[in-house]
Ligand binder design. Structure first.
Ligand code: SF4
Length: 714
């Protein structure tokens, strides 16, 4: 396939200082949870994007010295001394093999630190602990401290140069580091030449850029990632019209390009830059970024969860951007540039903006992805998103029962591996399983992309997809397949069973007209009785809060009761609670935390405060039970028993939520991918070992290098 000519502009080379990008695709710096602790995973994850056509790949924020240690907030990513050069070289080597430029984002967090690892106080503009820095300790920098920190930036840049990096990025994004904090009045109340006027507040960053430039002697690209508007309502932050364009004008001669973003009144609100699709449209940062153009002569890179090539072209043709920056779209589809280049638009695995990748990083571990089951598995499992080793048994027949997330992923992967006799059967009239109907929740329509991408792939593969066909256990045994994979999902508990009370809600059953489970409302269209509805949420992710939102918008009076300290705590990790919590309050949803409902009787949901034990009751015409999902095990158990007893030669497997209900769709999809990728092994039901990166006592450097480059023997 060839791409239409209107997309050619995306593939024009563009000069950035002493280097040239081969196209306009820039993997913006983003956390992975690999840091320098998992150098093999770090290198392979970035190299995959380089292979997929990104002209630049970047590290995450990488601290420049022990004073800025933020262990416990993020997996440490460090360029502290010469020893760090070695591991980072692996990333640059691997990315350079694919002709990409490689950037390192240098980080000095000011008050955004912990000191958990170093046990040293951080150096900051002032001596106040704040927001995300409350776990650490800081000293206010005098001028010699400022010089010392600037020296650390220079030394980290020189080490990056020795490690083979092409770009150093003096990070001032998302209000999370010293350069931008100096610019912000809320942080900077200094009375010396580093505080006061914009020129004074800009002095630290300008001097640092100047020193880095001079030290690198025009051999590397120097840029600044700049939060051009921190979205503060008051005067304390960065406003694009003031500090935004003002700093760009002051520093324009000191950078080779601008990497700009919007959002982050303080470090914990960086998530406004990585806005979830529930609240942010593609290219939502455009109104701010456009204001920068008249004030710079340098290329501008911006982000905005770009997945549509048309939106990318518009951003460039309109002058908003010169280069398309992307973090999440590069996780969801490392081969996004190549697919656009080759005109393979239906193959693009579009990011759904769920921020599950972010959630794992916020949970202090490494990223995973809902759309891309290989994200984070490139090194330790050797998974490639596009190239899957072909099967040695293409003629084996496989029947997959259930076309939900796990079944779909399994069918696509088996098809891509060259299995010629795969049947995917589902009793529902369409494929997608529960993803199809959760996408009906407010703000979740983008989740349909999970099904859309797999539907498009199935259409090209030798997989026979058969919706609307119910198969009994006998039908399955008579089907004639060598292998049967059961993927029939899970169902919400009809009685409110939950792991907090270790019991159901007495008096509640989804058979009653005034009690409902999520699938009864969203899939079956069950209409609740009366006006007052209580939603009991013991799961803690999107279902409870989203149903409360939907029911309130439908006109019910809604009370959301949860045992957690706040509603939907997993939304704290995905960043959605920044907006969801205010939205629920604005809608008038009554939120009750640290309570559990144990009884539904006489039009009341009754329970107690989990801390004090005090009994409480809420008027409830109807009760919605968002407690736990139960695996649909009956079919697999019956088949297993029958196959064992009859001795029939069928290999039986089960995957996804019917094995164990997963809170994250990403984990159900992973399960389907894992079985399909390991299907040729002797016992594919058991997951194969994966590389665990850690120091092995007695291993020589050569052994360790081999582990990183080749992988552990299995
Ligand atoms: Fe996009 Fe979700 Fe994947 Fe993150 S996890 S890259 S938001 S699809």
């Amino acid at each position: 396939m060839t791409r239409p000519a209107r997309y050619d502009i995306l593939f024009e080379p563009i000069k950035i200082g002493p280097r040239t990008m081969k196209n306009r695709f820039y993997q913006a710096p983003h956390c992975t949870g690999f840091g320098d602790v998992f150098p093999g995973a770090q290198a392979s994850h970035r190299a995959m994007k380089a292979e997929g056509g990104w002209a630049v790949v970047n590290t995450e924020a990488t601290t420049i010295g022990p004073e800025f240690d933020w262990a416990g907030q993020m997996t440490p990513s460090r360029m502290w001394d010469d020893d760090d050069i070695r591991n980072w070289s692996l990333m640059t080597e691997k990315a350079h093999e694919h002709d990409a430029l490689v950037g390192m984002q240098l980080h000095a967090g000011g008050g955004f630190l912990t000191g958990f690892d170093s046990r040293l106080p951080g150096r900051h503009i002032h001596n106040r602990l704040e927001e995300a820095g409350w776990l650490g300790s800081v000293i206010a920098m005098d001028k010699s401290d400022i010089r010392e920190v600037q020296r650390m930036y220079v030394e980290a840049s020189l080490r990056a140069q020795r490690a083979g990096f092409d770009i150093v990025n003096v990070w001032g994004g998302e209000s999370a580091s010293l350069p931008v904090q100096f610019l912000m009045n809320v942080h900077n109340q200094r009375t010396d030449e580093y505080g006061g006027t914009l020129e004074n507040r800009a002095r630290f960053w300008l001097e640092t850029l100047e020193q880095v430039h001079e030290a690198l002697n025009d051999d590397m690209v120097v840029c600044a990632r700049f939060c051009i508007d921190s979205l503060h309502e008051g005067p304390g932050g960065i406003r694009v019209e003031d500090e935004g364009v003002g700093f760009v004008e002051l520093a324009d001669d000191l950078v080779d390009f601008w990497d700009v973003q919007v959002g982050g009144e303080h470090a914990e609100l960086w998530i406004k830059d990585a806005g979830p699709s529930r609240f942010y449209e593609e290219n939502f940062q455009a109104p701010w970024v456009r204001k920068i153009r008249p004030h710079t002569n340098k290329p501008i890179i911006g982000v905005g969860r770009f997945t549509s090539p048309d939106t990318m072209v518009d951003a460039i043709v309109s002058g908003q951007l010169d280069i398309i920056g992307a973090a999440r779209p590069s996780i969801s589809d490392p081969f996004l540039p190549k697919k656009i280049e080759e005109g393979r638009f239906e193959d693009i695995r579009e990011c759904i903006g769920c921020n599950v990748c972010v959630s794992r990083i916020n949970a202090r571990w490494h990223l995973i992805c809902t759309q891309n089951s290989t994200a984070g598995e490139e090194y330790r499992r050797g998974w490639h998103p596009e190239t899957i080793p072909p099967t040695s048994k293409p003629d084996e027949s496989i029947l997959i029962v259930g076309a939900g997330a796990a079944g779909l992923e399994c069918a696509v992967t088996l098809g891509q591996r060259g299995f010629k006799n795969v049947h995917l059967v589902d009793a529902a009239n369409d494929i997608g399983g529960h993803v199809e109907w959760i996408a009906n929740l407010p703000g979740m329509s983008a989740w349909r992309r999970v099904v859309d991408w797999r539907r498009a792939q199935l259409a090209k593969l030798p997989v026979e997809t058969i919706p609307g066909k119910h198969l009994s256990a006998d039908d399955i045994l008579d089907y004639g397949a060598d292998n049967v994979i059961v993927a029939v999902g899970a169902s919400w508990a009809p009685d409110g069973m939950n792991g907090i009370a270790h019991a159901g809600v007495a008096g509640a059953s989804s058979d009653m007209p005034n009690v409902a489970t999520p699938e009864q409302i969203l899939r079956d269209g069950k209409v609740l009785v009366g006006e007052e509805v209580v939603v009991l949420d013991t799961e803690g992710y999107f279902m409870g809060a989203s149903l409360a939102q939907r029911l309130r918008q439908d006109g019910y009076s809604v009370t959301l009761v949860t045992h957690f300290p706040g509603p939907s705590p997993y939304f704290d990790l995905t960043g959605e609670n920044v907006h969801m919590r205010p939205l629920l309050e604005q809608l008038g949803v009554k939120i009750v935390t640290e309570h559990l409902i144990t009884e539904f009787v006489d039009g009341q949901a009754r329970g107690s405060n989990l801390i004090t034990g005090r009994p409480t009751a809420w008027n409830a015409d109807s009760l919605v039970l968002v407690t736990q999902r139960n695996a649909n095990t009956t079919l697999h158990t019956h088949l297993d028993q029958t196959i064992t007893e009859s001795g029939v030669a069928i290999r039986l497997f089960h995957i996804g939520d019917c094995v164990a209900p997963r809170m994250l769709v990403a984990d159900a999809i992973f399960d389907g991918a894992r079985l399909a990728r390991e299907f040729d092994h002797s016992d594919p039901a058991v997951a194969r070992r994966y590389i665990r990166e850690r120091r092995l006592i007695g291993a020589t450097d050569d052994v360790y290098d081999d582990m990183l480059r080749v992988g552990l023997p299995r």
